[in-house]
Ligand binder design. Structure first.
Ligand code: COA
Length: 160
């Protein structure tokens, strides 16, 4: 079950965000909690950052941002992860399916996202959920300590 994240969720979100199996695939390099506070405030400020609860604890999170004006039928999914303790149990599928259903009900016709070209697990996951690869943002992403930039794929799923 999803709900909007609150300021009180910061410790759980931080722990999951900084998990060694998660942080390579989100927007920021590992950092201390004190530095994360400003990022978390910005995440909450958009009013579109959700946590997904399973068995009474936060098992995942994602952001779903709706664009304005002539692209208001488009939403962008991002900052998405599931606690590795729950991987492979269908949590992400349930979480994203719920997000898709809510966005569709609100009139969204296109859901897009960006996935690193070296994130085989996520690419397989999005593929299974019907997202199609539309293009490549070359040298879009760079992790601290990596010598090279990583390409990012644009993926989207369309609805009638
Ligand atoms: C990608 C991620 C969210 C998947 O979470 P999950 O809860 O393990 O995924 P699910 O159990 O719901 O799997 C859903 C589908 O994806 C497939 N899938 C998930 N992980 C997979 C893997 N490692 N290898 C192959 N397929 C995989 C499953 O087979 C499943 O398909 P099915 O329902 O037809 O069997 C999770 O691995 C994660 O948090 N990764 C780190 C953060 C990240 O990469 N975020 C995305 C940034 S773009």
């Amino acid at each position: 079950m999803r709900r909007l994240a609150t300021p009180q969720d910061i410790d759980s979100v931080f722990a999951l965000y900084m998990h060694e199996k998660v942080v390579p695939f989100l927007g920021y390099d590992p950092m201390p909690l004190e530095d994360f506070r400003a990022i978390y405030r910005e995440l909450l400020g958009g009013g579109s950052f959700y946590v997904y609860e399973h068995e009474g604890r936060i098992a995942g999170f994602y952001r779903a941002v709706r664009y304005p004006g002539r692209v208001q039928h488009v939403a962008c999914l991002g900052t998405l992860a599931v606690d590795p303790a729950f991987h492979g149990q269908g949590i992400a599928r349930a979480m994203v399916t719920e997000a898709i259903d809510t966005l569709k009900a609100a009139g969204v016709k296109r859901i897009e996202l960006f996935a690193e070209s070296d994130n085989a697990t996520a690419l397989r996951f999005y593929d299974k959920l019907g997202f199609e690869r539309e293009g490549t943002l070359r040298k879009f992403y760079k992790r601290a300590g990596d010598a090279d930039y990583v390409d990012e794929y644009v993926m989207a799923r369309l609805f009638d």
